[in-house]
Design a protein around this ligand. Sequence first.
Ligand code: IMP
Length: 431
Amino acid sequence: MAQVIVVGTQWGDEGKGKIVDLYARKADVIARFQGGNNAGHTLVVEGRQTILHLIPSGILHDRKICILGNGMVIDPDVLLQEIDDLCEKNLFPPDTKLYISHNAHIIMPYHKSLDKAREARKGTAKIGTTGRGIGPAYGDKIARTGIRLCDLLDSETFGEMLRINIEEKNFYLTQFYHDKPLEYAAIFDEYSGYADRLRQYAANTSLMIDQEIKKGSDILFEGAQGCHLDIDYGTYPFVTSSNTAAGSACCGAGIGPTKIDAVVGICKAYTTRVGEGPFVTELTGAVGERIQQVGCEFGATTGRKRRCGWLDMVLVKQSVRVSGITGMALTKLDVLTGIDPIRICVAYKTDNEQFSESVPPSTKLLGQCRPVYEDMEGWSDDLSGAKTMNDLPANAKRYIERLEELAGVKMSLVSVGPGREETIVLESPFD
Ligand code: IMP
């Protein structure tokens, strides 16, 4: 039995979907603990595509318990659409074990309106959010004005909380953002309908996870986004509004840190970012374009083209430290095939300083940083058939070994193509 957290070590989109799907086969419980439908991964089952933003991909495996933890912010409309979509494809049988924490916060229409209005007002200084209301929903949670699932399920409490929120939010929307006001009655009716459908999934998920641990179950905690979108340790303010680092799994799922056995950090063989914010190793020329195209680097939630750059090990080292990563999963190594040389960023420098262990917290300073690169020889052989490290070209092996040295952590897995079988498994955290 093991309790394993999986997190992204960069700015999200590290290819967590495939790795989580692989590990989900071993796990009995798959729990999300932060974020909302700003995340997203595309799964192909029997030739049919399904995009999940909220439900853990473990839902596609029989008999798995899937949990949406208290640390999440949940848009009920999106969640119910995901359930309906799965039902239509016969992927959500009546005995599906999906549970949502009573304590999870609900994304309301005013969160989405405020997210968009704030971004529009910021103009060129915008964060480039997904526009899904994530920031304002977490803002209300911290301000203690948020509506949780348990509040939504109690019509009287919900009505009172909604009235107070609508009054306040309409003031901001109309007076400050010169936007349209929202209507209480329409939202009350719409969300009461969602409450009726969500009631059956509401549960004390912290207690449930604890009981599973006591039974000896394997549990996978599925992080969303990546460590550098973390509200505390990311490239603030160009971050999401939750803690994406591994420690967040404890608060966001309701279990203690002493229960965690391993933390797997997913690291893409190069770096990408969607949205605005500093990106020291960004490639704006032909190599970046090539990586973007070969790697199909488009956001799963917004469809935006991802910005691409060389692998930045300053970012990864900070993630290893902040998340206590015990093993790495390297993804999309095949995308680098045919590129020579391949550059690894080992430090940042400004006119007066060098940073190799930690990302400078000041956005201004980070914007002035230039990358210090180490060049590695590339390879041209197709990697997709590799089953062991010895099947890889010598230069690909050297690249991996250098990354292990820089990160100070061994690889648990190397992914050499999108298919499940295109994976070199070195160590499973559940064994
Ligand atoms: P928000 O989470 O919608 O508030 O967006 C804040 C920032 O995080 C923006 O730069 C988004 O593009 C980015 N972001 C949020 N979720 C993801 C994700 O799942 N992958 C990559 N970037 C994300």
